[in-house]
Design a binder for this molecule. Structure first.
Ligand SMILES: C[S@@+](CC[C@H](N)C(=O)[O-])C[C@H]1O[C@@H](n2cnc3c(N)ncnc32)[C@H](O)[C@@H]1O
Length: 308
């Protein structure tokens, strides 16, 4: 495994928006390299329950366990499993839930995991606890399924042509590596276009293989039960598909719409209780200085709400 440390994105903003208190209990749904977890544990006398689906984070988990002892608990689980896991372990509402969506630098920079089109590796892209990998999708899914995946999760205008070409090539020989897939795309769209198309196709496959958007929708829905009253939900996301889900969720849970009587507040679906209060109307973005120091932060958006 390549030893690329993951630099936590918008760390100061995450800490201040989580509103960390002494004796507070916080859930870090995307442990990664433990950047947020360590900072929450260092900030005050807190407890952190962390989750990550990827077993390769366990070396860092062990390091933090020996440093923080019982103040730190870890589950190798998907974040859609946070609520059932907490309930199973008798853990009630927590003071904060933070999610830093997407892949870590360690994952993307480890060639053999197949996340990156910069390295030749088996087509995998599985983050952990997966039902399938990219090799299976590319070689077994129908042309229209592939085209839908590229269009929906990569917003790729040439999704149909790319799917058609993949199906034709795999009829002669299975497509097994990242560079084979890169070669097929380059051949079809040309070197110049390929620099835009390849990242979109890889993003689409990664999102699909890991059901990233479904995972996000599930944890957001569960956050109402995960948090206690006054608890904060802080989400850092990195692309428009994720951000749309977070923004719409927050809107549906916080926005007051005028009804027939202007004295009765309801949310968009009418008469449902508003379960969250808005903390920041707009997304918070990283400072120019942070982006200069860590380019990965350039597309980050932080959104925060408080359980009512
Ligand atoms: C961007 S990194 C988090 C970095 C972390 N905030 C830090 O400061 O070190 C995202 C992590 O979330 C994990 N992850 C992504 N989707 C997940 C999911 N649905 N359930 C659990 N973990 C997930 C990935 O495996 C990865 O380790």
């Amino acid at each position: 495994m390549q030893d690329t440390p993951h630099i936590p994105v918008m760390l100061d903003e995450v800490l201040s928006n989580l509103n960390i208190k002494d004796n507070g209990v916080y859930v870090d749904g995307t442990f990664g390299n433990g950047g947020y977890t360590s900072a929450i544990l260092d900030a005050k006398n807190t407890k952190v329950i962390a989750f990550d689906r990827d077993e390769t984070v366990l070396f860092k988990v062990n390091e933090l366990k020996s440093k923080y002892g019982e103040r730190f608990i870890f589950f190798q689980e998907k974040f859609s499993q946070i609520l059932p896991t907490l309930l199973k372990n008798g853990i009630g509402g927590v003071d904060g839930l933070v999610l830093d969506i997407g892949v870590s630098s360690m994952q993307i920079d480890t060639p053999e995991r197949g996340f990156s089109f910069r390295f030749d590796a088996p087509l995998s892209m599985a983050m952990g606890k997966n039902d399938l990998d990219a090799k299976e999708v590319i070689n077994n899914f129908s042309e229209s399924e592939l085209s839908d995946i590229f269009y929906k999760y990569g917003e790729e205008p040439r999704s149909r042509a790319i799917a058609k070409r993949i199906v034709s090539i795999r009829g002669q020989k299975p497509v097994l590596t990242t560079f084979e897939l890169v070669g097929i795309i380059k051949n079809l769209v040309g070197e110049w276009q390929a620099s835009k198309v390849i990242p979109r196709i890889f993003q689409a496959l990664r999102i699909y293989v890991n059901d990233e958007l479904g995972e996000l929708e599930n944890v957001l829905k569960d956050s109402e039960q995960i948090l206690k009253s006054g608890g904060r939900l802080v989400v850092v996301d990195f692309h428009s598909l994720e951000d749309r889900i977070v923004k719409n969720f927050i809107k549906s849970k916080t926005e007051v719409k005028q009804t027939l009587s202007r004295y009765i507040p309801t949310n968009i679906e009418n008469n449902k209780k508003l379960s969250f209060k808005s903390v920041n109307k707009n997304a918070i973005i990283p400072s120019r200085r942070e982006v200069e120091m860590n380019y990965r932060a350039h597309s980050a958006k932080l959104r925060v709400v408080e359980k009512a």
